[in-house]
Design a protein around this ligand. Structure first.
Ligand code: NAD
Ligand code: UDP
Ligand code: UDP
Length: 325
């Protein structure tokens, strides 16, 4: 058993955060989960409350926060376009003020700190697949900018605290990740298609459906985050974490239809403004620096995700209640 640490996870009641809390507790660490429950839910972590090493605190990271910890995973931020565009000013504040507060905290207690950054820093990329050296193609004034530019500014802050204050930082650029415990109304493509298929409702494909994404299963992603945190201090990132297998949204729709046996039809809706055309991580750096490659093929990951939503919808609950099983 490795040395037990006290670890802060912001956004810990969200989709990725709840799996991260679970894995860290299983490794024998103490975990403090901080969340304002904007998109996250107490149900996502309800099954962890009986663990004496676990604590949940309702708090908004745009306000200062004082606690003594060894490591910080900064995940607080809505990740689905419909949620981060609901209150775009708050989204930027969460990324920027949240980063400043968590970096200030890390500085005071000399903690190691990891930022959950995103493939959105590459915007609508002109380089394909995207290596970490690519600076991106981001609209600074569009509807996605609150998220993209907020996350880019957070990366800037991380590297300035590293240069200026010698903080131990880790920046992960996470590509589209999916799995159980996403909200049925999350709005991202995997949960939308699965929920629609299970209810025999039309599958909403935006645009022509020829745009691509690369989908990583949640378990693989959590392994990557923890492995990055565990690397030596000279490994700061940014480092891409994602599954390089690339699919069009039409391919995804057809796969979901096949796996659910659904009678849903495909319905084409308008493409959202600034929707990136292609996205695929170059994970060479993660392979060498972390010895990490995703293990779960899309078909397999979709199988467990479909099974989760099937049980959730059958239970009549609207969110996360099954997580406590
Ligand atoms: P999520 O929406 O399920 O989780 C975000 C969590 O942050 C929620 O629990 C929410 O309530 C909380 N939160 C939001 N604003 C907050 C604030 N001001 N103070 C405290 N808590 C706040 O999304 P997720 O998919 O779990 O994403 C987690 C992190 O990973 C985010 O930072 C996201 O940008 C990043 N990320 C995720 C993906 C992905 O595909 N899932 C891809 C790239 C980056
Ligand atoms: N901060 C915090 N928790 C701490 C220490 C700092 O939330 O334990 C916040 C603090 O409110 C400040 C921010 O982090 O606004 C940045 O802190 P830093 O020490 O870098 O800057 P300064 O306090 O000099 O503005
Ligand atoms: N998308 C879609 N139908 C939906 C939801 C999303 O066709 O019901 C498309 C969306 O336009 C984008 C891709 O799926 O091209 C991924 O969207 P998501 O919101 O999941 O993630 P992001 O755009 O942030 O990568």
């Amino acid at each position: 058993m490795q040395h037990s640490k006290r670890i802060l996870v912001t956004g810990g009641a969200g989709f990725l955060g709840s799996f991260l809390c679970e894995r860290l507790l299983a490794q024998g660490h103490e975990v403090i989960c901080v969340d304002n429950f904007f998109t996250g839910s107490r149900w996502n972590v309800a099954h962890l409350l009986s663990n004496a090493g676990f604590e949940v605190i309702r708090h908004d990271v745009t306000f200062p926060f004082y606690v003594e910890v060894d490591e910080i995973y900064n995940l607080a931020c809505p990740a689905s376009p419909i949620h981060y565009q609901y209150d775009p000013v708050q989204t930027t504040k969460t990324s920027v003020h949240g980063a400043i507060n968590m970096l200030g905290l890390a500085k005071r207690v000399k903690a190691k700190i990891l930022q959950a950054s995103t493939s959105e820093v590459y915007g609508n990329p002109n380089v394909h697949p995207q290596p970490e050296t690519y600076w991106g193609s981001v609209n600074p004034i569009g509807p996605r900018s609150c998220y993209d530019e907020g996350k880019r500014c957070a990366e800037t802050l991380f590297f300035d605290y590293w240069r200026q204050h010698s903080l131990r930082i880790k920046v992960a650029r996470i590509f589209n990740t999916y799995g159980p415990r996403m909200r049925p109304d999350d709005g991202r493509v995997v949960s939308n298609f699965i929920v629609q298929a299970l209810q025999n409702q039309p599958i909403t494909v935006y645009g022509s459906g020829e745009q691509t994404r690369s989908f990583c299963y949640v378990d693989d992603l959590i392994t990557g985050l923890i492995r990055l945190m565990g690397t030596s201090d000279d490994v700061t990132g940014p480092i891409n974490l994602g599954n390089p297998a690339e699919f069009t949204m039409l391919e995804l729709a057809r796969l979901v239809l096949e796996l659910t046996g659904s009678r849903s039809e495909i319905k084409f809706l308008a493409l959202p403004v600034d929707d990136p055309q292609h996205r695929r991580p170059d994970i060479s750096l993660a392979k060498t620096a972390l010895d990490w490659t995703p293990q779960t093929p899309l078909r397999e990951g979709l199988g467990s995700t479909i099974a989760y939503f099937d049980r959730l919808l059958a239970s009549g609950q609207s969110s996360g209640h099954l997580a406590a099983e």
